[in-house]
Write a protein that binds this ligand. Sequence first.
Ligand code: NAD
Length: 444
Amino acid sequence: MADRYLSFTGTAPGRFLTRRLGLPQPAALHRWSPERPSLKGDRLLLTAGKSDLGLTDADARTALGLDLTTAPSGKPAAAVLDATGVRDVETLAEVHAALHPVVRSVAESGRVVVLGAPLDPADHHQAAAQQALEGFTRSLGKEIGRGRTVNLLRLTDAHAAESTLRFLLSPKSAYLSGQVIEVGSAPADVTAPRDAPHDPDRPLTGRTALVTGAARGIGEAVAETLARDGARVVVLDVPQAEQDARRVADRLGGTALALDITAPDAGARIAAALPDGLDVLVHNAGITRDRRLVNMPAERWSSVLDVNLTSVLRTTDALLESGTLKRGGRIVATASIAGLAGNAGQTNYGASKAGIVGLVRALAPRALAEHGVTVNAVAPGFVETRMTAAIPLFIREAGRRMNSLAQGGLPIDVAETTAWLADPGSSGVNGQVVRVCGQSLLGA
Ligand code: NAD
């Protein structure tokens, strides 16, 4: 279902009218395409406090491939504020001093990325100052407008954060705003590319990725994006959708697997179909069966829990235990903002998606230590798919506009986020739940 309001506000009369009426002013976002693969303009580096990251050293920045400048010409495409050295509340004034003069000049669809440090439990002054960056980031995200995004990255080592910074500073993260992402370090053998030289444009070369529910919607976009990044893709969907799954697989040079993911032996059947193992497992299949709890029969409850949570737990366990998921592997599960904020009529769905968050947080450290596999979740907000096209008009309009970018996301936005988490360079990103919601007001 096309967003006609967004098209209307893109015209001169539309802009005039909506401004006069005080209505939302969504900007047409710059998303990645082969023709426009990067944001136009310099990436400005700013500093607050005494940082240990070494980003002020031009050589270190070049080694990271970050291409940051301290003297931009024209409107910067991004402002990166290194605030890792902010250790007390007094130094927060430097955050204001650094960004206050430049925020206005950041280009349309541009980025503000704040680099923070992990909270130090032994130093409550540092913890207060670093937590303050979270409120700062989220507030700036809500006011900055013009398709610009603001995110906070907590890190200890800029090298481990390279793939994340590259993603955040690219058009691939167009619909990601108001997020706090932690990047740690990971064992070297988990980071190293195995069977192919690392190519930042095709980081998944030589890897196999399986996407559940990939015959259409978000899953189809995920399969397409992972294939673009070099992966051999396996398109899994229910037997009733086999024709569509085959069509997607053929287009991407991959294979289709007709399988109901709730089958008790789904894990064993996936393992049998992948004798050479699996590198990336994307749990995307999901269903809704909305009703208020008072009207919800047990069958509607259990079918949603079965597809969205039980099957994810069961297949994850099976593929880790059988060794099908290789070292250096990635699991990306799909949560939802309904699982974080709750949603009327969705007690079953909200429970299932909150369950995904619990699974990810508990399994991530263990899966990395024991299997060398990272586990993360994407939590989409309102995304334009058949699922959301079925929502009644007024609720759908509210869902689209109630976020900082005043528009719905596209399947590609979730796909790009998944591709970043699947990147071999993202080993330091583990146990994260990343909302792809344009900084939705729900659960904010
Ligand atoms: P969709 O309904 O368009 O596609 C879901 C796909 O999963 C379908 O192809 C379906 O056949 C498949 N599937 C369902 N049950 C399955 C099973 N038992 N075994 C194998 N495949 C099965 O949905 P979508 O909008 O693309 O959503 C994809 C994921 O994103 C879901 O997990 C959904 O909960 C989540 N999500 C979507 C939104 C949104 O706004 N669209 C928001 C938050 C979260």
